[in-house]
Design a protein around this ligand. Sequence first.
Ligand code: HEC
Length: 116
Amino acid sequence: MRPPPLLALPLLAALAAPACAAPAASAPAAPPGPARQAELVHLLRQDCGACHGMRLKGGLGSSLLPADIAGLDDDTLVKTILDGRPGTPMPPWRPFLSEEEARWLVGYLRRGGKDE
Ligand code: HEC
């Protein structure tokens, strides 16, 4: 015996709900929340630090201290982080970071690695 068709309705509604919610979720790109910020700082220390130095004063990669990036605008820095610098060891981080996250990192670097 087949279940009455009405039973299928709540399931259909549940399946349709995420599709309705999607535009709201992807609306204005929000800055990363506190948990993601902690991950980004970890990434900066571990992965970026491998080339830019543990204190970001430079190594294989250039210094990322506030005074040393002061002459570069946010968009240049964000683009460098997301797409890397072709022809140099600076790799693209787009697979791991959203533009908002890269922008937050730039702000964090400009503050000299301090929380807001
Ligand atoms: C494999 C080594 C390597 C890693 C890992 C790396 N970088 Fe770089 N990065 C470089 C090099 C080398 C340059 C200088 C490129 C050049 O000569 O223009 C650079 C340049 C930059 C610049 C531009 C600075 C300037 O003065 O023009 C920024 C910003 C930057 N890196 C951020 C990051 C961030 C953030 C991360 C981690 C998410 C990271 N880098 C990871 C090697 C690296």
